[in-house]
Design a protein around this ligand. Structure first.
Ligand code: AMP
Length: 612
């Protein structure tokens, strides 16, 4: 059978290279855009989230279309951040690994300009650049774009958000009129429409998924807590997800730093990424994160733009973003390349309205989750440890020499005793930390009035009174997340997800609310249903089942990462300047301002934006 990329029109040496990268089948955007772009005769607008395979969608056609016997710039890729610039350059180089004389140069701020100039002088066909530094080089008359055939505007919405409109105008004015422009954007605000109109002639438009909606593989959850409990609640969420590899978003640099410092002090593998770090420091943090020496990256919106790390399991909105659009960008850092992910928001009861607004924009409902009890966390950690022990790879040859002595040490103990002791090593620590830990969920009173104001009624337990709480004998040990349990319930009970309320996934069981009218459907349709050979049991829940609350703050062993000092006060240079003050140019030149939670478009809010 032919490789599907060959069928799309990609040549063998490129297909061989991408096969080595594990690309077996094209992603949907690649499947649909590659044949169009390969004609080389269209302008193109692709509305697609990050992580969908956009880079290959434009990178592979560029490698097919350019003449690599010529050593002058033929394609220019503009993107918002240095991270993304390096990523794209690296990706294209990888796709071209088996081709000859392909020269791709990355042009970005915060690094030596003379190195970049040298690479350009040596001859380059594809320039991948952030706008600030690119303009710098153009102004020095160090590059000739008169023979550019293709311009790619990647993450166009981000570039406009960051105030690059004017720079883009200036850069494009140095390229020929007859070039083709390919624009990719995660969202299509009016400003992006405007540049599409300005630079393109009857473009081919491709929309992957619904306009303005986020990645459908992301589950969105929110937790309602009181402001004073926020940090403790956050830690408990982290502790309840032992395998978390997450990005935590804060609104300001100071908050980012404070949270990172507190986490480090509490023994977590965490560090911060924000605009006050020098490029070198940013690189160091990112390297550690990519290598997974860091488990939690605490970041501002601007600093986290363009981060392309696969396998991010959770995005945590420690604070909700100022602009609704930023929520999509934040949550898009997880569930990349077809994987799933969870986007968590920790809010206070006053912010429920913002959650509803985000739901409308992303076209997806949030699940209201409960801060786990101390008991839940201990159980989760215990089973994570049990799984880890069960799956650990044993280095037979190295451990062999110690086995007789180890056996001697345990000679008096039964197998059960040994297992119990190993498990207790971790479990005791968590039990101790979570002993008497309080309930951190905001009392129903706090948000009853808010939700109630929007039309819901509540009974004495703070539950919306048209819902009934049901028990199900499946839980996290059966590898159900909230979203998966919701899907499982809806499929089997044949009810709409809209009729399911709060879902509370515990270890071996869970609770879920369902509208009263559907209770019989659930009970009847689940009759005779098995899960992996076990009958599924559903009951109307008694009261006080989740009374086991405690709280506190988990501490993690071994994870303490010493942090290099001197982060504050260092400045980045070059193209990066825009990232620090994207307000000015962005708000001025794209003319549209930004949508805030009041639903209005803001013209400008310099003091807040400038902080980034
Ligand atoms: P991108 O949206 O270009 O940043 O791609 C997101 C991730 O998906 C990157 O890690 C790519 O290496 C990966 N990827 C892109 N296309 C494919 C494909 N056809 N098969 C497997 N992985 C892919």
């Amino acid at each position: 059978m032919n490789n599907p990329f060959i069928e799309l029109g990609i040549r063998h040496d490129i297909v061989n290279a991408i096969s080595e990268l594990g690309f077996e089948n094209p992603t949907p955007i690649q499947e649909q855009s590659i044949p169009v772009l390969l004609t080389g005769s269209n302008d193109f607008v692709g509305l697609a989230q990050t992580g969908t395979g956009k880079t290959a969608a434009f990178g592979l056609p560029l490698l097919e279309l350019l003449d690599f016997e010529e050593n002058h710039p033929q394609a220019l890729v503009l993107c918002p951040t240095r991270e993304l610039c390096l990523q794209i350059t690296n990706d294209i180089n990888n796709y071209a690994k088996k081709m000859n004389n392909v020269h791709v140069v990355a042009v970005y701020g915060g690094a030596s300009i003379s190195d970049q100039l040298r690479q350009i002088r040596r001859g380059v066909q594809i320039v991948v650049a952030t706008p600030g530094r690119m303009l710098d080089i153009i102004n020095r008359k160090a590059i000739d774009f008169s023979q550019v055939k293709y311009v790619v505007l990647d993450e166009a919405d981000e570039m406009l958000n960051m105030g690059f409109q004017e720079d883009i105008d200036n850069i494009l004015s140095t390229t020929p009129d007859e070039k083709k422009t390919w624009l990719f954007s995660a969202t299509m605000p009016a400003e992006v429409r405007r540049i599409a109109k300005k630079y393109m002639d009857n473009p081919f438009e491709l929309t992957m998924g619904t306009k303005n909606t986020g990645n459908q593989n992301i589950e969105h959850e929110y937790y309602v807590v009181r402001a004073r409990d926020k940090y403790a609640a956050f830690k408990r969420i982290v502790d309840n997800n032992p395998e978390i590899f997450g990005i935590v978003f804060c609104r300001t640099k100071i908050e980012t730093q404070e949270i990172a410092e507190a986490l480090i002090k509490d023994g977590y593998n965490a560090d911060s990424l924000h605009g006050d770090l020098s490029q070198q420091q940013r690189d160091k943090v990112m390297k550690r994160y990519r290598e997974r020496s860091l488990q939690l990256l605490i970041a501002t919106d601007v600093a986290a733009r363009g981060i392309d790390v696969n396998d991010v399991t959770h995005v945590i909105n420690y604070s909700l973003p100022d602009e609704i659009e930023n929520y999509t960008h934040r949550s898009g850092r997880t569930a990349r390349a077809g994987k799933t992910g969870v986007s968590i928001s920790i809010i206070n009861s006053k912010e429920l309205g913002k959650i509803r607004q985000i739901e409308r924009v992303i076209g997806k409902k949030f699940v209201k989750a409960e801060i786990p009890t101390g008991f839940d966390v201990c159980e989760k950690q215990l089973f994570a440890l049990v799984h880890k022990v069960h799956n650990v790879e044993v280095n037979e040859s190295q451990i062999e020499q110690y086995i007789p002595r180890i056996m001697d040490e345990f000679a008096e103990l039964s197998k059960e005793e040994v297992i119990k002791r190993f498990a207790s090593l971790e479990f005791n620590r968590f039990l101790e930390y979570y002993q008497n830990a309080p309930d951190l969920n905001a009392p129903a009173d706090d948000f009853r009035s808010r939700e109630g104001a929007q039309g819901d009624r509540f009974n004495r337990d703070g539950m919306r009174s048209e819902y009934t709480r049901l028990f199900i004998n499946l839980g996290s040990v059966d590898e159900f997340s909230r979203g998966e349990l919701l899907g499982y319930i809806c499929n089997n009970a044949k009810i709409s997800g809209r009729n399911v309320g709060k879902i509370d996934v515990k270890g071996v069981y869970s609770f879920f609310e369902v509208v009263n009218a559907d209770v019989d459907n659930v009970m009847n349709n689940f009759k005779g249903i098995d899960f992996k050979g076990r009958p599924v049991r559903i009951e109307i829940s008694g009261e006080g089942v989740s009374s086991n609350r405690s709280g506190g703050g988990g501490r993690r062993e071994g994870g303490y990462q010493k942090r290099e000092g001197g982060y504050r006060g260092e400045r980045r240079e070059g193209g990066e300047r825009r990232e620090k003050s994207f307000a000015g140019a962005g708000a001025n030149s794209n003319g549209g301002g930004f949508r805030d939670f009041s639903g209005k478009r803001r013209e400008e809010r310099p003091e807040r934006r400038r902080r980034f």
